[in-house]
Design a protein around this ligand. Structure first.
Ligand code: ADP
Length: 454
C-alpha cells in the first residue's frame, strides 16, 4: 500500500500532534503515524505541567518572572551543556506555546501552579486534573478538526532518501504489512526518547541500564534515533539520561501523589529518619542522593494539612488507593506508627520534623536551604510513602538547528527532515528540569510544523 502527503509526522505524542496541527494549519496535507494503538506516548502519562515565565497564574499571584530568568534556569539546570540558541528559543517562546494550547487548542489549565525542582520561581502551569490526558485529548481533537489522518498501529521503520540526500518519505509496518508513505515537503520525527529501552540506555551510559525501572511508555524505544542515525543524522548528548527520584519501587511508575513535594509540603527522609537532600533540588541530584541511602529508597513524609491542601488523595485517588493496598504508602494517626510501618527510626524522624518546623518558623532551612515558603508540619494523621528513582527522560538525541531541521554528522542540514520533542538532543543539557519537556515539545513542535510548511 502507498500514501502520498505533503508532510509525514512520526509519533503522536505531544510534539508530533503539535507539529501536525501546525503544518495542517499552514495548508499542508499531513498524515501522522503512531506505532501504538493510541496516541499519547510519554506525554499522556506525564503530569502535563508546563513551565512558562510571565504566565497568567503568576500574574494573578503577582509573582515576578522573566524569559531571561527561565533561560538561566534551563542552562544552570543542565550544567550549561544545552545549545544556548535552542535553550533561548525555549525560554522566549514558552509562554506563547502555553497560550496557543489554551486559546487555540482549548486546553484547560488549573488556577494554581507547581514548584518544580531547579526553577528559581514557581512557574509551572498545571493542566486540568494534573495529567497529560488533557493535552493529548485536546490535541487529538484539534488534529481531527484539521482533517489530518492518524494512522495507529503503524510503525515507521525506515526513512526514504532520494539521490540528492533529501528525505522524501517513510517506510512503515501495519500488522506485518509494509506501507510506503511519500512526503513532498518532508518528514517530522517526533518519536520520543529511549527511556524504556534498557539495552540502548546501557549502550550510551552503562550506569543507566537494567539496574533501573522506567517511568516511560513502552513506545519509548528510540526507534527514531536509530532511523535518523542510519541516514546520517547527528546524535548528541546520548549519555545524558535522567532518573526521576520518587517512583514506584515495584513498577517504576512516576508517583503523582508525591507531587505534594512540589507544593513544598513534604520532606524526604531515609531509614534513619534523617533528611538527606533539598527536596526541591534537581531530579538528578535527588536521585543520586537517594541511591546512597539505606536500601536505595527514600521515604516521603507529610501531614494532614499538606494532604488536605494539596488534595493528592483526591486528584490521584486510584494511585493513592493502590499504594495503600500494596503497602507503599501508610496513613497513621501518630508519627511513631507511621515510622514503624516502614521500620524508620521514629525518634530521629521526630527530631527531624521538630528541626524542620523550627526552620519554617525562622524562615530559613539551615540544613538544606530548601527554596520556596517553608510550612511547618502540624497534626496527624501522617503519611509516609516509599519510593525510588526510575529512568524518566533521555536528554540526548537528534541535533537540530533553530528551525527544527535535522543536522548531519557533517554539520549540514538534511533536507526534508525535521525533528521535535524528546527525540531531539541538546536542549536540556545534562538534566531536564521538571515541566520543561511539555514546554519544549510545544515550542519546537510548532517550529517544526511551521518550518516544514515553508
Ligand atoms: P514527545 O514528548 O516528544 O511528543 P512522546 O513519548 O510523548 O514524545 O511521543 C512519542 C510517540 O511516538 C509515542 O506515542 C510513540 O509510541 C511513538 N513512536 C515511537 N516510535 C515510533 C515509530 N517507529 N513509529 C511510529 N510511532 C512511534
Amino acid at each position: 500500500e502507498k500514501y502520498d502527503a505533503d508532510v509525514i509526522v512520526i509519533g503522536a505524542g505531544g510534539a508530533g500532534l503539535t507539529a501536525a496541527i501546525t503544518a495542517a494549519e499552514n495548508g499542508m496535507n499531513v498524515i501522522v503515524l503512531e506505532k501504538m494503538p493510541m496516541a499519547g506516548g510519554n506525554t499522556l502519562i506525564s503530569g502535563g505541567e508546563y513551565a512558562a515565565p510571565e504566565n497568567w497564574v503568576q500574574e494573578k499571584e503577582a509573582l515576578e518572572d522573566s524569559a531571561d530568568l527561565f533561560y538561566g534556569d534551563i542552562m544552570k539546570g543542565g550544567d550549561e551543556e544545552s545549545d544556548p540558541a535552542l535553550a533561548r528559543i525555549l525560554a522566549d517562546k514558552a509562554l506563547d506555546g502555553a497560550k496557543w494550547l489554551r486559546d487555540e487548542v482549548g486546553m484547560i489549565f488549573e488556577d494554581y501552579m507547581l514548584f518544580f525542582g531547579g526553577h528559581s520561581v514557581e512557574r509551572s502551569l498545571v493542566p486540568k486534573n494534573a495529567t497529560g490526558y488533557e493535552m493529548i485529548h485536546k490535541l487529538t481533537e484539534k488534529l481531527k478538526e484539521t482533517g489530518s489522518p492518524l494512522h495507529l498501529e503503524t510503525k515507521a521503520t525506515e526513512l526514504i532518501m532520494d539521490e540528492n540526500g533529501r528525505v522524501t518519505g517513510v517506510k512503515a509496518e501495519y500488522h506485518g504489512q509494509v506501507i510506503e508513505y511519500t512526503a513532498k515537503k518532508g518528514v517530522i520525527m517526533a518519536s520520543g526518547g529511549f527511556g524504556y529501552n534498557k539495552e540502548m540506555r546501557a549502550q550510551y551510559n552503562e550506569e543507566m541500564g537494567e539496574g533501573y525501572l522506567s517511568t516511560n511508555s513502552v513506545g519509548s524505544m528510540g526507534d527514531g534515533l536509530v532511523m535518523a542515525e542510519k541516514i546520517g543524522a547527528s546524535l548528541v548528548d546520548m549519555s545524558f539520561i535522567q532518573a526521576y527520584p520518587t517512583c514506584d519501587t515495584q513498577s517504576g511508575a512516576l508517583l503523582y501523589v508525591g507531587d505534594v513535594r512540589m507544593e513544598g509540603r513534604s520532606i524526604l527522609v531515609n531509614k534513619e529518619g534523617k533528611r538527606f537532600v533539598e527536596e526541591l533540588e534537581r531530579r538528578d541530584v535527588i536521585s543520586k542522593a537517594v541511591l546512597q541511602q539505606t536500601g536505595s529508597v527514600s521515604y516521603m513524609f507529610w501531614d494532614a494539612s499538606a494532604m488536605e491542601d494539596s488534595g493528592m488523595d483526591v486528584k490521584h485517588a486510584a494511585e493513592y488507593n493502590g499504594l495503600i493496598a500494596r503497602k507503599q504508602l501508610v496513613k497513621a494517626d501518630t508519627l511513631e506508627e507511621a515510622a514503624a510501618f516502614f521500620e524508620i527510626d521514629a525518634e530521629e524522624l521526630k527530631k527531624t520534623v521538630e528541626n524542620y518546623n523550627q526552620y519554617a518558623k525562622d524562615g530559613k532551612d539551615l540544613e538544606f536551604n530548601k527554596r520556596g515558603k517553608l510550612v511547618p508540619f502540624g497534626e496527624g494523621p501522617y503519611y509516609i510513602m516509599v519510593s525510588k528513582p526510575a529512568i524518566h527522560h533521555t536528554m540526548g538525541g537528534i541535533k537540530i538547528n533553530t528551525e527544527a531541521q535535522v543536522v548531519s554528522t557533517e554539520g549540514k542540514v538534511i533536507e526534508g527532515l525535521f525533528a521535535a520533542g524528546e527525540v531531539v538532543g541538546d536542549i536540556h543539557g545534562t538534566n531536564r528540569l521538571g515541566s520543561n519537556a511539555i514546554a519544549d515539545i510545544t515550542v519546537f513542535g510548532r517550529i517544526a510544523g511551521e518550518s516544514i510548511s515553508k
